[in-house]
Design a protein around this ligand. Structure first.
Ligand code: HEM
Length: 463
């Protein structure tokens, strides 16, 4: 009996280490059963460099930056089989031709099974087009910019009175308040407070232990998610029953705008909103905080920003009236800083897909059903960016600053799953930098930015 169990176990381990494939798998190791190489992948590393995990596995790439098919390896992460690619051409090809999102099951659970982003192509197209009505550049200009400006000004003044503010926390509050209003409309203060609390309760670093064990990251997140979904549903149903007005977003979704028709069930709408907030809140505040840190370490950049924003303020006829779209467009250097920060902080995969058919890459095969993770290796290629590890906003001078994606720049991914919040994220960051630069400021000296997939700030990020 014992020998049968041992034999079975050995067989399972062999199968785990040597997965089936209709061809030759890229080199690499599958690590321990189930856990794979998750812990090595999640190990804290310098935020402005790729992790040792990828560097060790592709030494040839890091010494030569060759672009032949090759810098690709296999592994197992977060309970799934994964192909990691540093090959820019391959990443772009997969980004453009593959539509299924590459989020491992352990993480998809957080977003919900009915989530329209992970369902059919049609529902995916539909939610993207709805989102663009609100968060495309026209939607931002008409509907959102004023709110962001007002909220940022309020929080900045409050911080100035207190003598400090935490950049990540503050942007998170601005983002949640701004989106909650656009989505839900006016809320009773108690409901608004609880909603904000739920979002802010997401444990930072939840990604570091993505298995659903009691007391750990994903498990706790699932509890918060449950509470949040109930809260959202109750709010929507209550508003509907009492005939209260929704925010723009639900109006679009429920067909209350321009004689449209209802395009989504309440359940789907809630899951959609939840995902949307979660992604927005886990990305932009962290990237902004890292950007502020980069600015604070580069006095010339800080000086140029102060000059640009002082000029914008001088050009305002009514200083209390707030920023106009033209002011935002005139923040040329600020856009250069944001582009550069997004380039240099993109040290995690940006193309996350699951191919629905086997893909040949030179001698190797990327099997259908595996998760493909493409890194923005091109951002660190010295042939494309001179001294790629140096933060140098001036390298963007004369370039098209509004482009979200190009063949050498993919902080927001590419193809049919290009980030839907990209314009919004850039607007939030620019307005925050504008108001910060209207004050004298410095960042606390002990601020550290590291990465364990997410950007982390172990000593907060106070200015
Ligand atoms: C600086 C901040 C942000 C960065 C760097 C970022 C980056 C990304 C990346 C790399 C992807 C994957 C694209 C792909 O697979 O090709 C993505 C997708 C997505 N992002 Fe963002 N994002 C940011 C902010 C936001 C914000 C503020 C929102 C919401 C308001 C948002 C909502 C989404 C959504 C919903 C998707 C999935 C799109 C789809 O599957 O069609 N993101 N983002």
């Amino acid at each position: 009996m014992f020998s049968i169990i041992v034999l079975k176990l050995c067989h399972c381990i062999y199968q785990w280490s040597n997965p089936k494939c209709n061809g030759k798998l890229p080199p690499g190791s599958m690590g321990f059963p189930i856990i794979g190489e998750t812990f090595q992948f999640m190990k804290l590393h310098d935020a402005l460099q790729f992790s040792a995990f990828v560097k060790e596995r592709i030494p040839r790439f890091f010494s030569l930056f060759t672009s032949i098919h090759g810098p690709v390896f296999r592994t197992s992460l977060l309970g799934g089989k994964v192909i990691i690619s540093m090959d820019n051409e391959l990443n772009m090809e997969i980004a453009k031709t593959t539509r299924i999102p590459g989020v491992p099951k352990s993480i998809t659970r957080l977003f919900g099974d009915n989530n329209l982003f992970v369902q059919s192509i049609e529902s995916h197209k539909h939610v993207r087009s709805l989102t663009f009505q609100l968060l495309g550049s026209q939607g931002l200009k008409l509907r959102i910019m004023r709110d962001i400006d007002l909220l940022t000004r309020q929080y900045m003044e409050e911080g100035a009175r207190k003598g400090f503010l935490d950049v990540k926390e503050t942007l998170s509050k601005i983002l949640i308040e701004c989106l909650a209003k656009k989505v839900m409309g006016d809320l009773e203060p108690e409901a608004a407070k609880e909603l904000a609390l739920c979002w802010r309760n997401f444990l930072s670093g939840w990604f570091r232990f993505p298995f659903n064990f009691p007391g750990m990251g994903v498990y706790n997140m699932m509890k918060v998610r449950k509470r949040m979904m109930k809260l959202l549903k109750d709010l929507v149903l209550k508003k509907r029953a009492s005939g209260e007005e929704f925010g723009e977003f639900f109006k679009i979704i429920f067909g209350e705008k321009d004689g449209g028709k209802e395009t989504m069930s309440v359940e789907n709408a809630i899951e959609y909103i939840y995902t949307f907030f979660l992604i927005a809140n886990e990305t932009t505040p962290r990237i902004l905080a890292a950007t502020v840190k980069l600015i604070s370490e580069n006095p010339q950049v800080m000086q140029e920003l102060q000059r640009e924003h002082a000029e914008i303020v001088r050009g305002m006829t009514d200083k209390e009236a707030g920023l106009r779209w033209e002011d935002y467009k005139a923040m040329t250097f600020t856009h250069m800083v944001i582009n550069e920060s997004l380039r240099i902080t993109t040290t995690v995969p940006v193309v996350l897909r699951i191919p629905d058919h086997d893909i040949k890459v030179g001698d190797y095969t990327i099997p259908a059903g595996w998760t493909f993770m493409g890194y923005a290796s091109v951002h660190f290629n010295p042939e494309k960016y001179e001294d790629p590890l140096v933060f140098n906003p001036w390298r963007w001078k004369g370039k098209d600053l509004s482009a979200l994606v190009s063949k050498n720049y993919i902080p927001f991914g590419a193809g049919p799953r290009l980030c839907v919040g990209a314009y919004f994220a850039k607007l939030l960051m620019a307005i925050f930098i504008h108001h910060l630069c209207r004050h004298r400021w410095s960042m606390k000296a002990d601020t550290i930015v590291t990465r364990s997939y997410m950007l982390m700030f172990p000593h907060r990020c106070d200015v």
